[in-house]
Write a protein that binds this ligand. Structure first.
Ligand SMILES: [Fe+2]
Ligand SMILES: [Fe+2]
Length: 266
């Protein structure tokens, strides 16, 4: 995997796509994806397929960190190795669920955006800040609301798979939070790496995220990205050791939409 190069997207130098089975079609911009309107007959199957693909990407990123940073502390490498095992089980669970729903791998386009951004960074704190602390923490917010929505729609089987995955994701976010804090405490300059990583992610989002009014590949008009921010999963973010101040900041950016009844923190 270390042989995977880079690609230029506008002014950004992103990591080139990882290898995928031939059945998959990798796209770069989210308007090329087949995200259907809620209620469309294929909407839930595409969602499961998309999550399955994102789990493969999480596995790739954690594995690439192990390969790229052999001198990282042993305890951190152990966390990354455990994460690889978790993500592999998540891929298998979602692949099983996809098959039960009548789906097949490769039936919808996929994106490796999280890889393209995270693996373009050449330091471990930056990668943990991007993948675990931002993408996976964001996925916790998405999944928190998704499971109850699936149950309400009568799909308890998919809800169960999603909830089991969420329990593991909390640990992936938590260990990144712990290690970033420790690395910054040991060397304040690491904070600059973390800030640079988050700025890079914001630039990549601006370049590749659909804008309000754009129409995706299955004819769905995209809404303003700010309105697509999911409700904040306060409970699980606390379990993942975000501080109250950090959660407050995420809530502020999300317009104070939280999954729990509290609109602000005590
Ligand atoms: Fe996962
Ligand atoms: Fe994960």
């Amino acid at each position: 995997m270390s042989g995977i190069g880079h690609m230029q997207v506008g002014g950004l130098r992103l990591r080139a796509n990882p290898a995928r089975d031939h059945c998959f079609r990798l796209v770069l911009n989210d308007t090329e994806m087949h995200e259907y309107e809620a209620g469309h007959p294929l909407a839930r199957r595409e969602m499961v397929h998309r999550h399955m693909s994102n789990e493969i990407t999480s596995l790739d990123i954690a594995a690439q960190c192990l390969a790229d940073f052999p001198d990282a502390p042993w305890e951190l490498r152990l966390e990354l190795a455990r994460q690889c095992w978790d993500e592999a089980r998540h891929v298998a669970a979602l692949a099983r669920r996809l098959a039960e729903m009548g789906g097949t791998k490769g039936e919808f386009p996929i994106s490796a955006f999280e890889w393209n951004v995270t693996c373009a960074l050449d330091d471990l704190p930056g990668r943990l800040a991007t993948q675990n602390r931002t993408f996976e923490a964001g996925a916790m917010d998405v999944v928190g609301g998704l499971a109850s929505g699936l149950r309400a729609a009568g799909d308890a089987d998919t809800a169960e798979v999603i909830e089991a995955i969420l329990a593991d994701e909390i640990q992936h976010v938590r260990f990144a939070n712990r290690w970033i804090k420790k690395m910054v405490a040991d060397d304040r300059r690491i904070l600059l790496k973390v800030v640079a990583a988050i700025r890079f992610l914001a630039q990549a989002n601006a370049a590749l995220q659909s804008k309000e009014g754009e129409v995706n590949a299955v004819g769905v008009a995209r809404i303003d990205p700010a309105e697509r921010v999911p409700a904040v999963n306060i409970e699980d973010r606390r379990l993942a050791e975000f501080t109250d101040e950090e959660i407050q900041e995420v809530l502020r950016q999300a317009g104070f939409r939280s999954l729990s009844s509290e609109a602000t923190l005590p």
